[in-house]
Design a protein. Structure first.
Length: 108
């Protein structure tokens, strides 16, 4: 699904790498169930699926935080762009000579 989203230009490549990496890890953990048990023993977790849930939640939190930072930066850039656009429009109106509104032509 990630590759399809990239092909349709709905997901940028740098985010696709993150999701492909996460998908690969989930695939590896599903293939090698003993790996989850070893990690659970390493972290002293009594129920190994809890460890996978915790990793998933941490991954989601990191993604949400990074997206929040990017969204905040985008909002700041949009605000700055709107202000610059308004200033340019004001300068353009000040440079243009005022037009006199007369009767429309062709109504004689």
């Amino acid at each position: 699904m990630t590759i399809q989203l990239v092909r349709k230009h709905r997901l940028r490549e740098e985010y696709a790498l993150l999701w492909l990496g996460a998908s690969a890890l989930i695939f590896l953990f599903s293939l090698f169930g003993g790996l989850v048990n070893r990690l659970a023993r390493l972290f002293d977790v009594s129920y190994p699926p809890t460890l996978m849930l915790t990793f998933g939640l941490l991954f989601a939190l990191v993604v949400l935080l990074s997206q929040s930072v990017l969204l905040s930066a985008q909002a700041n850039r949009i605000r700055d762009l709107a202000q610059a656009h308004a200033l340019l429009e004001l300068r353009l109106r000040q440079l243009e000579p005022p037009t006199v509104a007369g009767p429309p032509e062709g109504n004689e």
